[in-house]
Design a binder for this molecule. Sequence first.
Ligand code: FES
Length: 111
Amino acid sequence: MVVEVTGMEKLCKVSDVPKATMKGFAVKGRQILVANIDGNFYSVDAICPHMNGYLPSGKLEKNEVVCPKHGARYDVMTGKLTKNVPAIMRWRPVVDRGICRRSGSRWNPTT
Ligand code: FES
């Protein structure tokens, strides 16, 4: 869902977000992350779309914010996902005489 924020709304004071840091602000009921990268300011949604991690509580590494919940990474300059969360583990099911069991080894889908 894309929500347009119209007009110029105050996010924070420049002094609230020193260089190489980020901070979260609530603006009209929406959580916004503001990051200061080399003196340039960027703002993105503060809530991770995976499972609602609060991104300002994560780490800022150069221009990437790392979600504190599961480690997804977003470029604060573009808002793009740069590292997704790991895939869930797959196990090979074995059906034997009406019972479905999980084998003891991971299922490598390439084999
Ligand atoms: S909530 Fe952000 S990676 Fe899961």
